[in-house]
Design a protein around this ligand. Structure first.
Ligand code: FE2
Ligand code: FE2
Length: 332
């Protein structure tokens, strides 16, 4: 989840785009019909699910403090160390929903099909934070005091999109970001070491996938309406992509563990997030672009090659670190 923007009426007719430059306000209007169609498609395929069914309440018990129960201790946690780090990052990212809602409501508006989507999306995202927090607390997977302090800290900072200046960049960003979130949840589940956690995160990942499809289809329509501007937006977003949780306290360190453990890293970002969206939209094959569109498409191609090379270097480093760890473990 995530997103962007703010000034919905800022116009972007830069000299390079000439008089055919689309303003955000015109684009929002032009895409309203597509939003309505995609919203109806989404509502037709999204299946209701109950977060409480994925929480093993019988494993829960009172904590210390008001109820005088047992304080949390690390040995109570049954998820892996990687799972703990990753689950907390995923949850804190979900927790910042009020900021994301503010950003998209300011950009897309609260009326008509756009407004219906904004509210529906917010409601679906709200379920993710509820479900993960209930799971973590009932199973004592992570320190509840640290978690609450991190939430207060993170939410107090709010979230400001890198793409608030452009409606097209905002749409492009969320198309990639929803898929990134899907992959992060799915891989967290895979490495958390608890089949129930994996089941819950797969369910959430499924929601994120439907969100990605909505925005990806919107981006496809934008590429038809305003190909040069949409291409520029995609290039700018892809070359400067940051996960929405980048403001979480200790994010860099957590991201390094998450990368090494194979939950989310450059290889996954390139292969499982950027490429599937770009391929589906045939972004690199689109022809008939103006000079600005061609320039953006070329920039994108150069960037993707560079990213692939960086991902290969990362994989070499990852393999070396994991081999050293394995050897150390063998020597103990
Ligand atoms: Fe989402
Ligand atoms: Fe979510």
């Amino acid at each position: 989840m995530t997103i962007a923007p703010v000034q919905r009426s800022t116009v972007q007719s830069s000299p390079a785009l000439g008089s055919s430059g689309w303003t955000d306000a015109r684009l929002i209007l032009a895409l309203e019909e597509v939003v309505e169609k995609e919203l109806n498609r989404h509502l037709g395929v999204a299946k209701e699910w109950m977060p409480h069914e994925f929480v093993p309440w019988s494993r829960g018990r009172d904590f210390d403090g008001v109820l005088g129960g047992e304080a949390w201790a690390l040995d109570q946690s049954q998820v892996t160390a990687l799972g703990r780090v990753s689950l907390v990052v995923n949850l804190l990212t979900e927790d910042n929903l009020p900021s994301y809602h503010h950003e998209i409501a300011s950009m897309f508006g609260r009326e008509g099909a756009w407004g219906t989507w904004v509210h529906r999306w917010t409601a679906e995202e709200g379920r993710h934070g509820i479900a993960i927090r209930d799971y973590l607390l009932a199973t004592r997977a992570v320190d509840p005091v640290q978690l609450e302090r991190a939430r207060m800290n993170h939410m107090s900072e709010g979230f400001e999109s890198d793409n608030a200046h452009s409606m097209l960049q905002s749409v492009a960003y969320v198309a990639f970001q929803e898929l990134a979130t899907r992959i992060a949840h799915r891989n967290t589940g895979k490495y958390a070491g608890d089949p129930l956690c994996e089941q819950l995160l797969a369910k959430i990942a499924n929601d994120e996938n439907l969100h990605m499809v909505f925005y990806r289809n919107l981006l496809a329509a934008a590429l038809e309406i305003a190909p040069d501007q949409a291409m520029r937006a995609i290039a700018d977003v892809v070359t400067d992509f940051r996960m929405p949780g980048h403001g979480i306290p200790g994010f860099e360190r957590a991201a390094a563990q998450i990368a090494l453990g194979g939950v989310y890293n450059l290889r996954i970002h390139h292969d499982d997030v950027l490429q599937p969206v770009l391929r589906k939209l045939r972004v690199m094959e689109i022809g008939g672009l103006g000079p600005e569109g061609v320039l953006a498409q070329n920039e994108l191609g150069v960037f993707l090659d560079g990213l692939d090379a960086q991902a290969r270097k990362f994989e070499d480093r990852q393999a070396a670190i994991l081999a050293r760890r394995e050897a150390r473990r063998g020597a103990e």
